[in-house]
Design a protein around this ligand. Sequence first.
Ligand code: ADP
Ligand code: MG
Length: 915
Amino acid sequence: MALTHGFSEPDVPPPEPQNGRETGRVTPVMEQYIEIKAANPDCLLFYRMGDFYELFFEDAEVASRALGIVLTKRGKHHGQDIPMCGVPIHRADEYLHRLIALGHRVAVCEQLEDPAEARKRGGKSVVRRDVVRLVTPGTITEDSLLDAKRNNYLLAIARARLSSVGEELHFALAWIDISTGEFRICETTHAALAAEIARLEPGEILISDALYSDPELAPFWRSLPAVTPLTRDVFDSATAERRLTSYFAVATSEAFGTLTRLELTAAAAAVTYVERTQIGARPPLSPPARERAGSSMAIDQATRANLELTRTLSGERRGSLLDCIDRTVTAAGSRLLAQRLAAPLTDPAAIARRLDAVAAFTEDVALRADTRARLQAAPDLARALSRIVLGRGGPRDLAAVRDGLAAARGLADALSSAREWPSEIAEALAACRAPDAALARELTEALADELPLLKRDGGFVREDYDSSLDGTRALRDESRRVIAALQARYADETGIRGLKIRHNNVLGYFVEVTAQHGEKLMTPPLNAAFIHRQTLAGQVRFTTTELGELEAKIASAADRALGLELEIFERLCAAVVAASDQIKACAQALAELDVAASLAQLAIERDYARPQVADSLAFAIEGGRHPVVEHALSSDGTPFVPNDCALSPPEGEPSGKIWLITGPNMAGKSTFLRQNALIAILAQMGSFVPAKRAHIGVVDRLFSRVGAADDLARGRSTFMVEMVETAAILNQAGERALVILDEIGRGTATFDGLSIAWATVEHLHDANTCRALFATHFHELTALSVRLARLHNATVRVKEWNGEVVFLHEVVAGAADRSYGIQVAKLAGLPSSVIERAKLVLAKLEQEDRAEPKGFEDLPLFAAPYKPSAELRQQSDDLLTATIAALNPDDMSPREAMEALYRLKQTLAKGREPE
Ligand code: ADP
Ligand code: MG
């Protein structure tokens, strides 16, 4: 017997008056729609009608194009057809997701009363509706719209007023993840702004209209996804403190420590936007925590992309450093790991605290395994909590709280007495124990084993939990048995064996027989009891007085049962909300335990060592490896060759070294450069590192650039990009920075490139005095080591064997003698005829080069290694050195600088001419 219940709204949209067709007058529904739409002009309006969200007018056109759904019409407005398209509510999440991803904002407008209520007010009354929520990229909470492994930040940026320019910190940033309650603030400089945004990767950025149209910054804002400009009142500093304290219901913002006026402004803008989009609901935010400027390693967007920290250059998580090191077993742990990777610390004590926690878990296999198994059972507590507090939770969210709290307590019990724990873990265990055990017990007793997604589906309260609910349910179920019995009796009495009693949302319960039996029920004597309701193609439907009475009984029992369940639901939610601070802390603690245990797991699996991080300029890596390349090679059994790197200041010198690395293509230069940057990042985020030993003086800024990287998307020439980025490094890197430059100067003609690379090395050495790794195919640069005390030449060894080149991937002191370009081309599979021809051309070029080098200026050096006699080469270098030494960049106009470059180029060309 197929009995279905539907206690939801009817399937069909309520019949609403719609008579403006001829007169051109506006129907009441349209009037309501237009009014609501006018209040939300920047959003697509999802207008609830029955089981659909409908979109009208331009919204319908936009949405139907974006979603590929049918565009239809509904009535007329001022004599014109009204375009319309609809989204069924059970698929709304999916469509929302796509619209948000495309950068739209959506206002969700619900029916605020039962259509029956509206009808009671008279035939022309329209169902009350209003917007209950604005869905924007930075304010979503649904699991189906969020990436479980990533935070989704809403970032508000406030700028200091012009009067206070002159101070260093011009900007305040406040960012919120409303799905987890995290809330942070910091101040930053103009120069570091882009790097901070790159670190946070916000889902949505809020700025004032004024800042959005600032002539200097406008192009930057337009290059970012999802920037929402807001009216000035949101960024009004005079009302900021009041708005912030009212959100948290505290008397003064001193409760959050001392915040600057600018920080207060950004924080208030963020919470104001949250309130506006949530239409008054207040997600459970942590009080804003202040991050000290400089407390994390500054890494700009180009460096992040280039080092493939959280995604590869092609945009995938797979193959990134994050993917390579992620052994977490919970979504919250995965998010915390990503956060830590994005913002390595600069305080050695804080780093040591994290490393202590990882070390503790490396020491005991069984304890680590047990911890990870328990964590695996813990659901996403933070996001479930957030939905419950916003009134968007379902029974499964309550179950997540139940299971999360149970896992936390289980962990605390199992671990607390197991050993002496370092502070980070001890504190996390205390937080796991903090929530009142009574809450978890209550949830366990109340919730059934199988839970529906939506509370309105009912059936989520366990039997024996509430006696009045049990009684009502018995009544409802009893009635259902009566229906079953009734069906059997009717079949018997009518002699129609296929007679069924069914249910749908429109008719309620009805008797259904196939068309051939319909006639029988419509003729005496049976038509006295069976009242005809509906004739379909194959079936005829009837009702009876008896069935109608039963239905009323069932519906009221079922309604009452659901009502009782919903009351219980609200009570449980209230208990969860009351404990939300402790639950949030508990969720954070679980994430911290997961990260510590997972990094320990990684360290053991991959043989990573604990780094030593100090407040110094040291940089000494022994046996370092590239975590991602090593892993990729291991899958086909190729060993990775470990390499040392020593950039610590030499005896008696105040600053660190620069390594200039030469060697043929494919030797492993880029890999070596990146592995050292990655080791610094891993160490400072509090992870063990792929090396035998690592001693790192805190890196405050990390720069990594690759020559001639394409950036066609932003419409700049590759060489321009290369130079803009190099300029940023030369202007910004201080002595605590680590700079990685890979083949800078490759994007232009040889001598241009060489001159620029040359001057760049000098500037890094003399002005920036930072630690740096510089890979280059300009062998000429190695001559600089004679004059620059802290410049060290290194090369990646290769062996030539039977005319083939064998890469040893071993970094040793010294300079490469040649480029092996043709050998590499051969390895790459160029046709042998081309290889042979190239060898001939090369031999000829080398010959002519000696005799008559003019005319070959633009030949890339690596293709035609220039081999002057040692003496000639020395002369050329000396001349060049002298020319450069005579330059005083600080006193030059741009024009003079250009001319100097041309002179350098000439000198270089001349130096190559044999006298
Ligand atoms: P280069 O920058 O000198 O052209 P890459 O760093 O791009 O060279 O390295 C080329 C390839 O050599 C890498 O893809 C990797 O497979 C391999 N390789 C690099 N370094 C090592 C190493 N230390 N051990 C083993 N293989 C390596
Ligand atoms: Mg390379």
